[in-house]
Design a protein around this ligand. Structure first.
Ligand SMILES: Nc1ncnc2c1ncn2[C@@H]1O[C@H](COP(=O)(O)OP(=O)(O)OP(=O)(O)O)[C@@H](O)[C@H]1O
Ligand SMILES: [Mg+2]
Length: 387
């Protein structure tokens, strides 16, 4: 059997029927303006769900535009708008009489571009949206909000013209707030533009996802957030025991004892990414029946052989002091701020603040009052391994 480190859809997407049903039943409705925000820790399967929804909507003739803010490299507003423009053109390719990419449009002079658009006999306002974005990306125009609004307007106008519903998916949405122009941060203004435009959309709905809880709160979930009330939030949770049985059946085709499933749940924290890497390891084993002991051995050998490859990237999102707290937690099993502070000779208020950051980044979660544990037990094991 094959295992995947990239998003999966269809039959390979285990145990997300309920989430899909809730989201799709709304998105299928031609006249519904209700959108969604998906939240969940890293590697829990948010992008997989978005891809699966995209496939299913497209089968019903609904146009879906998917953009990931993390794939906006460099992380500038220009790149984001260019990508969004190109994805819009791609999504509407069968409904448009022409093909164009932003990189081609910006190479034309303003005059050539205008006569090109005129030649295409686009309705006046579509041409205006396209030419403004192109001029902005080229550097001739400077108004950021106007450029954003023109690009975002374009897709809804195309949807209106084609008389079709359109779903705009923005993956890792909180990172929009980090988009820059030169060295200037323009993200928060862009989030507001997205809110404003979303209110005026006639045929388009927004679906966003994000893994940083605090940022997601401030853009979409709290009562003061720009997108509050415009989107229904769904939290994507790690897989439970029943789902892990299903995973084993679909991917491993081996018999797992109840003890083995419990051990797999504990080792992986139910995070699908971990199940994929552990699954591949278990698949190598000759034994047909796998027990809890086999699980522990599989975890140890994955961590030893390829732990760096899978888990080092978590270090990039953490400050060195946050890493210190995480390492104390991993090595000593400390759970409370006081235990951690004692374990690392740190100030209690500093530890409390750092735990708040780790909570926001989804590295730890709260259990009971004032107790914190890792959201990802494999990351914990890897930290122990490198210390
Ligand atoms: N329901 C599922 N069943 C089986 N495998 C899954 C499932 N959901 C996700 N995966 C696998 O888990 C990994 C992470 O999935 P995905 O990229 O969709 O998660 P994500 O939450 O978007 O992660 P990231 O935080 O990196 O953006 C991939 O290897 C994917 O194949
Ligand atoms: Mg993702």
């Amino acid at each position: 059997m094959t295992f995947y480190l990239t998003p999966v859809t269809g039959k390979l997407l285990i145990n997300r029927e309920e989430e899909l049903k809730q989201i799709l039943s709304e998105l299928y409705k031609q006249d519904s303006r209700i959108g969604f925000s998906l939240t969940g820790i890293r590697r829990v399967g948010k992008t997989s769900i978005l891809y699966d929804i995209k496939e299913k909507l497209e089968r019903k003739g609904i146009v879906v535009i998917y953009v990931s803010v993390w794939k906006t490299i460099p992380d500038t507003l220009d790149t984001f708008l260019s990508n969004l423009f190109d994805e819009t053109m791609l999504a509407f390719r069968n409904k448009l009489p022409f093909k164009m990419k932003m990189s081609e449009l910006v190479r034309m002079s303003k005059e050539t571009l205008l006569s090109f658009l005129e030649h295409l006999k686009l309705s006046f306002d579509l041409g205006a949206d396209i030419s403004y974005t192109a001029s902005y990306v080229r550097g001739d125009e400077k108004d950021v909000s106007k450029a954003t609004i023109h690009t975002l307007n374009l897709l809804d106008k195309l949807a209106q013209k084609a008389k079709i519903k359109c779903v705009l998916m923005i993956d890792e949405f909180p990172s929009v707030t980090e988009l820059k122009i030169g060295r200037k941060m323009v993200g928060p203004a862009i989030v507001k533009s997205i809110r404003t435009i979303n209110e005026t959309y006639k045929k388009t709905v927004l679906v966003i996802s994000g893994s940083y809880m605090h940022t997601m709160q401030s853009v979409a979930l709290s009562a003061k957030a720009p997108l509050y009330k415009q989107l229904i939030n769904i939290e994507i949770k790690p897989l439970d025991k029943e789902a892990i049985f299903e995973f084993a059946q679909t991917y491993l085709r081996k018999k797992l004892s109840e003890g083995a499933v419990n051990a797999l749940l504990e080792a992986s924290s139910g995070i699908p990414y971990n199940l994929q890497i552990l699954g591949r390891e278990l698949d190598y084993l000759d034994a047909e029946d796998l027990d809890a002991d086999a699980m522990l051995k599989a975890v140890a050998s994955v961590i030893r052989r390829e732990g760096d490859l899978h888990f080092r990237e978590y270090m990039n999102i953490m400050q060195s002091t946050e890493v210190k707290v995480a390492k104390i937690m991993a090595l000593t099993n400390a759970r409370s701020p006081k235990e951690i502070a004692d374990g690392g000779n740190m100030q209690l208020n500093e530890v409390t603040a750092l735990l708040r950051n780790l909570l926001d980044k989804g590295i730890v979660r709260k259990v009971g009052r004032g107790e914190y544990v890792f959201t990802d037990n494999m990351f914990k094991e890897w930290l122990k391994h490198i210390c």
